[in-house]
Design a protein around this ligand. Sequence first.
Ligand SMILES: [Zn+2]
Length: 460
Amino acid sequence: MIARRLLQLVDDDPTCHDRHMSSKAQRLIADAVITCRAAVEVHRPGFIDVDADGRVKRSGSLADAPPTEDAVTRMSGLLMPGLINSHAHGPMTLLRGVGDGLPLERWLTEAIWPREGKLAPGDVAAGMLLASVEMLLAGVTASCEMYFADDELLDAVDASGGRVMCTPGVVGVAHLANFYEPTGRLAEIATLHASRHEPEGRLRVGVAPHSAYDLPLAVVDDLAGLARDLDCPLHIHIAETGDEGRDLEEVHGKRTVEVLAERGVLDGHVLAAHGVWLNDAEVELFASHGTHVAHCPKSNLKLGSGVARLHDLITAGVNVGLGTDGVASNDDLDLWQELQLAPLLARGTSGDPTRITAEQALLMATRRGAEAIGMPDTGTLTPGSWADIIRVDLSQPAFTPIITDDDLVDRLVFAGGSRYVTDTWVAGQRVVEAGVSTMVDTETALADAQARAERLAAAV
Ligand SMILES: [Zn+2]
């Protein structure tokens, strides 16, 4: 009810919708094109037709391409959908690696939150700009962000040319005191959605309670209600560590996922970050509610949180994307590492090399991740989807020899990496060209982040 009342208060501004960068209709031809439709689909050689709005008109094997009057660009290498980072806290680039070696609770309360408390909106903007550039250079074209100073975060992604699902974070220590007031976080999120959300654009807005262990359940309920009313994703940390649900379990006699399911929190589009410590019943609850999971294997390994039951989640029918988490616990935004770790861990911990194929992993990093973050119009080169494309240089030892289509998919996952990404397009516009951002003066962005991080370190 509260969510609905707020929605009536903040008027929708239609002039802010459907804004995106313009580009010219063009045909891209490459040695190989991967489309990531229902299956990965390899076309050698392949083509992608992009319309003037920056959407894919058609894609496939060059032999099937109809005649075109659009500008044609031929290139060597592979064109494929940009990768999707389904769980990140981009502005934490200013805190890269901070608190290494501490367990999660102490890491949050002693290292991270005291520093985040000192972040000014300008710091968040600088941190997000650095994060956006880092991701675009690595071929990651969209991310799902949980943070604060949301306007600045959106502006930074906009400046970089990237795509974002910005889910304003709600954290107990920062937002509970005046949560329901007209100037509180609940109203702030509804206002942000009304003023900045572009239903089909590069900048979209969701909702993000940090976790059920950090916030009163009533607050989680109201945020879930707001997300359902806005028809946007609810992004929440669930079961990252084995201990985090203990207090909830003592009070309710049930585990976190069961409590959330009973309260209706899982009824909308829910993206659960981590999902490491789930029992069979919780995996089933995720599957029956259509809950999406952001699998963050590197962050989980670095913080010693464990290894998620990826194979069990997928077997149960849960949609899983890949996430880096924040760079304080990673320490980078290079999703190619998660792409490689996900199948390696699933196989290594089970002793079963048939678990998580290269194709499954690649789909998690692209189309499935896009679905998880509520942006199914990216992560694939299906007609109508956004032309968010990356070029991978195949003239490298890591990609030699390639005999079959399966070889290419296998090499991308197990031998590939961000170092082979040369160019990135978002909505048909080339935002990285030959390894250089066309949108941001990277040297200045790095210097600004460095100076701000130094001031922050001195203040804590
Ligand atoms: Zn996180």
